[in-house]
Design a protein around this ligand. Structure first.
Ligand code: AMP
Ligand code: GLY
Length: 428
């Protein structure tokens, strides 16, 4: 098969790395890719959201299967357009991708199908939203309805903070049309976990759990980022809780989307909060859904994936998914993100990274690239999140040691990373 992966991050490098190993894959392209992806795939200079450009490339090059990494092109309907042109594509239709594209749509769907989530209300009017905040008090959460590059959520500790977030979105237009409507919802207190399932329209097969580290600094301090590191599996999600997440959250959501005439195919990524019930027992609740792999969670999932990833993604597209399609190595994986100094604010660009070969030589370690480009024989940092140094080992603790051993071989003075990725699992 000729396969095209769409995207340019660490997630897409990990997908390319895993797909390349499939006996089904004869030729692998990536649009637009990065310097690391160029080592396993042929990179083509087409942006991930250039839907028409990707469609043209796929037609001209007789691509058999397109795997879409990020949410942007999914929400724009890339999969619909490819399928209409007779090209198989992995990921949800635009109608199903609305689960991530509109938080209001997602919350209404969850309410209609009885999926546990924070109580909420949708608003377009700032005064009405503020009255709701006064009624419920702080802490409370304000969310832009649409895609806001991870910046659309304010966990407000005070009513004033919530009012400011409401005004920013509804009056100031900070998120443009993505924030013309907001969701105000209950604050949920607990431990966050990411859960992934592969879905073929009707059947959902659990992938695995992972935990992300959103804050930029050690000890979960500082501003939020796209994710500074991750590990899988996440011990907080015990087998019992995982079964419950499938039964109470994933399956009713998949059935609900199908009933609404928007059958979901692709990766369903639940951002969950494990809260304590009245009896003190853990209860999983849905914070949000994404319609794609997480980044950097995907790097840890691909490192652990044992069966043929490409075959599993195809089965999701074809509606023939079976539990056997998803098998795991009996190992944990941990990914440390290295970012450019200044991230998530303004950061340095075009600085040179050395020592990548030495880092990749650490047992069990693989360096996935996120924001890099090749410049002759040199690798330059071009993004905020630049590398995902990933390692597998029998336990999270050992995977952590290996990942940091690889990190320490990378010579990049203009970069930084957190030194405590995986602390929750290690503490447990
Ligand atoms: P989201 O983009 O919806 O995942 O929100 C970003 C982050 O905000 C999440 O990862 C949580 O840490 C936090 N968050 C979102 N919704 C809630 C909530 N209802 N209660 C507490 N924290 C939340
Ligand atoms: N790491 C979180 C995300 O990909 O949305």
């Amino acid at each position: 098969m000729k396969v095209l992966v769409v995207g340019s991050g660490g997630r897409e490098h990990a997908l390319c790395w895993a797909i390349k190993r499939s006996p089904l894959c004869d030729r692998l392209y990536c649009a637009p890719g990065n310097a690391g992806i160029a080592e396993v795939a042929e990179c083509v200079a087409i942006g991930a959201e250039d839907v028409d450009g990707i469609l043209r490339f796929a037609k001209d090059n007789a691509i058999d299967f397109v795997v879409v990494g990020p949410e942007g092109p999914l929400v724009l309907g890339l999969v619909d357009k490819l399928e209409a042109a007779g090209i198989k594509a992995f990921g949800p239709s635009a109608a199903a991708a609305e689960l991530e594209g509109s938080k209001g749509f997602m919350k209404d769907l969850l309410a209609k199908y009885g999926v546990p989530t924070a109580f909420y209300q949708r608003f377009t009017d700032a005064d009405a939203a503020k009255a709701y905040v006064r009624q419920h008090g702080a802490p409370i959460v304000v969310k832009a309805d649409g895609l806001a590059a991870g910046k659309g959520v304010t966990v407000a500790r005070s009513e004033e903070e919530a009012f400011a977030a409401i005004d920013e979105a509804l009056v100031g237009g900070r998120f443009g049309s993505a924030g013309a409507e907001i969701v105000v919802e209950e604050f949920l207190d607990g431990e966050e976990v990411s859960f992934f399932a592969l879905v073929d329209g009707a059947t959902a097969v659990p992938l695995a759990s992972a935990q992300d580290h959103k804050a930029v600094g050690d000890g979960d301090t500082g501003p939020n980022t796209g994710g500074m590191g991750a590990y899988s599996p996440a011990p907080v999600l015990t087998p019992d809780l995982e079964a419950r997440v499938m039964r109470e959250i994933v399956e009713p959501t998949v059935r609900g989307l199908a009933a609404e005439g928007r059958p979901f195919k692709g990766v369903l990524f639940g951002g969950l909060m494990i809260v304590r019930g009245a009896d003190g027992k853990p209860v999983p609740k849905t914070l949000e859904f994404n319609v794609r792999f997480g980044d950097p969670e995907c790097q840890t999932l691909m490192a652990r994936f044992k069966s043929d990833v490409l075959a599993a993604l195809l089965a999701s597209r074809d509606g023939t998914l079976k539990p056997e399609d998803v098998q795991w190595h009996d190992a944990a994986a941990l990914c440390v993100v290295m970012a450019a100094q200044g991230y998530p604010g303004d950061y340095l660009k075009n600085t040179e990274i050395r020592g990548l070969t030495e880092a990749n030589a650490v047992e069990g370690a693989t360096v996935f690239h996120a924001g890099t480009k090749a410049d002759g024989g040199r690798v330059l940092a071009t993004g905020g999140r630049v590398l995902g140094v990933t390692a597998t080992a029998p336990t999270v603790r050992e995977a952590q040691a290996r990942a940091y051993q690889a990190v320490d071989r990378i010579q990049w003075p203009e970069g930084f990373c957190r030194r405590d990725i995986g602390w929750r699992a290690v503490e447990r």
